[in-house]
Design a protein around this ligand. Structure first.
Ligand code: GLN
Length: 455
């Protein structure tokens, strides 16, 4: 098919279903078709730019695209149009991708259900009464519903892998530092990574190859070669040693999810993989450590939204201090405010040592747990989430219950490791189940090959 046909199909699909799925905050059909026509023109003269040329890709509405809105699903940025491209956006444009639509999220990527979006709640395409996960719920639902071939999300504590699991798609969080964060509206800078949502692991390999690589504009970007991830899928053939962390199979794991993961373990065993029990003893501290570090960084990162520059500005302020207070009070939603307050508290003098500094030390222990496990195994296999997608509204009033849905994904961010969620079957009620594979630092080629075997 031509890119115009493919892009038109994505547009038609969105026109048909997005009033129910609500994956997109905004769409740009005419612009997308013009990009597609340019791609077809390139291809007709033999100048295709590789496998992504002409493919409709949607970005989470927190990644900058020049001259397109960037709302972060927040009233604070409701009318903001980005004057520049993120590095990943530049790279996708260079690869010829058709940038189409802006995918919904929890406000500033804080949440696990997209219910924290200031504009709309995305629905799970497999059951519209249920959440698609979050915070990249729009990106996951867009791929699942056929409104885009691939999308980008961001993952700070599970925001790519958890919605991928809930929506039966592939979601990859790269190693911290592999993909540039330049042009990603920051939530927690030491944890945030951009990564792809796709239907297959092969597509994830293609997308990662397009967006990875060193960027001097991101000081935490790692200088490393970008291998041919797609070629690695067929070149790298196990058998691998896979670790099963005993702490991830205890209380709270839905039995049907557990059974699906056991099935995947049996599959790998049949392939000749060695399956070993490993221990990640600091797992019980992951959630509390994450919510100290992530909120601390968020309170600092979100200080820039001040009502003075490019953000929402209160209409009835008396003076500049009042303007600052009222703009932030009106612009931020309740979850964002909760985190700014928590983060300010853990960083304040007198509490810094007791909370923030201690959390940083525990973070080191959590990373060391994984590195110790990697002395024995190539990768770690877990469920992505303890339960399948929950009902909209079910956890909205209870932030702690919501936080628990990231229990298996959060340690990976604290340790800076790559993790992927791939489809692993359905519950008896027809809800998707995700299998998580966690890799060694910068070993995405191996991780993708292991995932590909079960795809
Ligand atoms: N659900 C987690 C949170 O609310 C993770 C979010 C994310 O990865 N962006 O912080």
């Amino acid at each position: 098919v031509s890119s115009v046909e493919l892009t038109q199909a994505a547009i038609d699909r969105a026109t048909a279903v997005d009033d129910r799925v609500k994956a997109f905050n905004s769409v740009n059909p005419e612009d997308a078709l013009a990009q597609a026509a340019a791609s077809d023109a390139r291809r007709s003269v033999g100048q295709a730019r590789g496998p992504l040329d002409g493919i409709p890709v949607s970005l989470k509405d927190v990644i900058a695209v020049r001259d397109q809105p960037l709302t972060a699903s927040s009233k604070m940025l409701e009318n903001f149009v980005s004057p520049y491209d993120a590095t990943v956006t530049e790279k996708l444009k260079a690869a010829g991708a058709v940038l189409w639509g802006r995918a919904n999220l929890d406000e500033f990527a804080m949440g696990s259900s997209t219910e924290n979006s200031a504009f709309q709640t995305t629905c799970n395409p497999y059951d519209l009464d249920r959440v698609p996960g979050g915070s990249s719920g729009g990106s996951a639902a867009a791929v699942a519903a056929g409104e885009a071939v691939a999308t980008l999300g961001s993952d700070t504590g599970g925001s790519i892998r958890q919605p991928a699991a809930f929506c039966n798609v592939v979601g990859l969080k790269p190693t911290y530092g592999l993909v540039s964060r330049y042009g990603l509206a920051a939530f927690a800078s030491s944890l945030d990574q951009i990564g792809p949502f796709t239907r297959t692991v092969e597509d994830a390999a293609i997308m990662l190859g397009a967006i990875a690589g060193h960027d001097p504009r991101d000081s935490t970007s790692f200088k490393t070669d970008v291998p041919d991830y797609r070629a690695a899928l067929s070149e790298k053939k196990g058998p691998w040693k896979l670790g099963i962390p005993k702490e991830y199979f205890g209380e709270g794991l839905d039995p049907e999810v557990g059974a699906a993961i056991e099935k995947a373990i049996a599959f790998y065993r049949e392939q000749g993989c060695e399956i070993k029990e490993v221990s990640l003893p600091h797992t019980p501290y992951c959630l509390s450590t994450y919510y100290i570090i992530a909120t601390a960084e968020a309170s600092s990162n979100l200080a820039r939204y001040d009502g003075i520059r490019y953000t929402h500005r209160s209409a009835d302020a008396q003076d500049v201090v009042d303007l600052y207070f009222k703009s932030r009070a009106e612009g931020f939603g309740p979850e964002v405010k909760r985190r700014i307050i928590l983060g300010t508290y853990v960083l304040s003098s007198g509490y810094y040592d007791a909370y923030y500094l201690r959390a940083q030390k525990v973070r080191t222990l959590i990373r060391q747990d994984f590195l110790n496990a990697y002395e024995q195994v190539d990768a770690i296999l877990t469920p992505t989430t303890p339960t399948p997608a929950f009902k909209a509204g079910e956890k909205a009033a209870d932030p702690l219950a919501m936080y628990l849905s990231d229990i298996y994904t959060i340690g990976v961010n604290l340790a800076g490791l790559p993790g992927i969620s791939i489809p692993a079957g359905f519950t008896s009620a027809g809800l998707p189940i995700g299998l998580q594979l966690i890799g060694q630092p910068y070993a995405e080629a191996d991780l993708l090959a292991i995932a590909h075997a079960y795809d």
